[in-house]
Ligand binder design. Structure first.
Ligand code: FCB
Length: 440
């Protein structure tokens, strides 16, 4: 058989999963800053998370669906505001509920990966200044201690914080997320403090035993200079440095670059905090030196009109290019720089009619396979998401699910891409190369 006619297999034990986060699926998370923001009508068309996908009430059906699709892993997050509703008071009932969810997963052969912070803060923490407050990393470590004591025997894969650069950038520079600030300097302080939180939580988790693996989840966005003009190239590099590279440097050196603000640069525990790299990869944007409407310092980001875009680009404010080569580039770069095992903790696209997602999956998973062939240590993939859920500032308007979910009726419907992902997960292999998917 010619090589291009062969199935492309993945290593034994490769994790095939989907990812969710607490606020986006649980429902009635009334005690965090996002709920408050939603009540103020700050989300697109006044949407609110409401009952979301009802996971706090009942998760069994959706976990059955994940297992039926051959998924052997699921990444989800814990809601800090449920576990510590009042500062210093921990809710045993909430922890028991999470324990029951994890047991459901184990019963179905689903390996859990738990994220401790996925964008939401308890209201009491937000009132103190959230991740701008210098004591927040220690508060995060104290919450982590309680989580590990209660759930440490049910989970070994831990993500401390989801996407510091995105949380910080959208909440403190772009102003699209609570608390709606537009001061890039603050965003960098927040990201730096989150790296301190990562180190502090990792220290707690590692103390609980060597079976635990800790990762930070970083969104690596590709910044492409719009032209070969030196000013565009430099601006793209600046964007890349502040959003991507400064965090990579911090993880490998244990030190914070001055972009994260003044203060102690060597962060205790940071150098040894990270056992695996959690890569979230979605897209790239093009960067041009200063325009009249800068979205960030000195530059303007955009998506050229002649590229294939998901539903994401439809508002003209966000970037939706479908660019699978960027996933390969990100994997290679991270592995070269960190040498860490990598989980793709999120990749996916909003595509309501599912006319792009099947091909998206084949092309992005082809990129992963190629990375594995070149010796890059990728351990698993978590597609965002199992089912449509509450998509932050976009509310219910962007549909990322392998299952379509109707938030008015609660109905779930498998999309064709979900069936395709099941075939790949069960076979632990991609179908033979085709002209469509081979060159990703
Ligand atoms: C990522 C977030 C996740 C979801 C996807 C679409 O940045 O981590 O919660 O919103 O984007």
């Amino acid at each position: 058989m010619r090589p291009e006619q062969q199935q492309r297999t993945f290593p034994d034990g490769f994790l095939w999963g989907t990812a969710t986060s607490a606020h986006q699926v649980e429902g009635q998370n009334t005690n965090n800053q996002w709920w408050a923001w939603e009540q103020q009508g700050r989300v697109y068309q006044g949407d609110s998370s409401g009952d979301a996908c009802g996971w706090w009430r009942d998760v069994a059906g959706d976990l059955d669906r994940a297992a039926a699709l051959g998924q052997n892993a699921h990444r989800m997050s814990l809601e800090w505001s449920r576990i510590e509703p009042v500062e210093g008071q921990f809710d045993a009932v909430a922890l028991a509920r999470y324990r029951a969810i994890l047991e459901h997963m184990h019963q179905r052969g689903i390996t859990p990966m738990l994220t401790l912070h996925h964008f939401t803060n308890p209201l009491w923490l937000e009132a103190q200044g959230g991740w701008l407050h210098p004591a927040t990393p220690q508060r995060f470590a104290r919450y982590t201690e309680q989580v590990i004591a209660a759930l440490g025997d049910c989970c070994q894969l831990w993500c401390t914080i989801n996407e510091p650069s995105i949380y910080a950038g959208l909440s403190y520079a772009a102003g699209w997320w609570p608390p709606g600030r537009r001061q890039p300097r603050l965003a960098l302080l927040v990201a730096g403090n989150m790296l301190r939180g990562h180190a502090a939580a990792a220290t707690v988790i590692h103390r609980a035993g060597s079976q635990h693996q800790v990762g930070l989840v970083h969104n690596l966005h590709i910044y492409e200079p719009a032209t070969l003009l030196p000013q565009d190239i430099l601006t793209a590099r600046l964007f890349d440095y502040t959003n991507n590279q400064a965090i990579l440097n911090a993880l490998t050196t244990g030190r914070l670059s001055p972009v994260f603000g003044l203060g102690q640069r060597t962060v205790p525990g940071l150098r040894d905090a990270t056992d695996f790299f959690g890569l979230n990869y979605y897209t790239r944007s093009h960067v041009r030196f200063f325009s009249r409407s800068p979205t960030w310092i000195l530059g303007h980001e955009f998506t050229p009109t002649d590229v294939e875009q998901s539903d994401m680009g439809a508002d003209g404010k966000t970037y939706g290019e479908i660019y699978p080569a960027g996933l390969y580039q990100a994997l290679e770069r991270i592995y070269q720089q960190t040498g860490l095992p990598i989980y793709i903790t999120e990749t996916g696209l909003p595509d309501d009619d599912d006319d792009q997602r099947p091909r998206f999956l084949l092309r992005h998973l082809s990129a992963v396979h190629r990375a594995l062939q070149r010796g890059i240590d990728v351990r698993g993939v978590f597609i965002w998401s199992l089912l449509d859920n509450f998509e932050w500032a976009h509310g219910w308007h962007l549909r990322f699910g392998l299952y379509a979910f109707d938030e008015r009726t609660g109905e779930r419907r498998l999309r064709p891409s979900g069936a395709l992902y099941a075939i790949i997960a069960r076979a632990n292999a991609l179908p033979a190369l085709t002209r469509e998917t081979g060159g990703f």
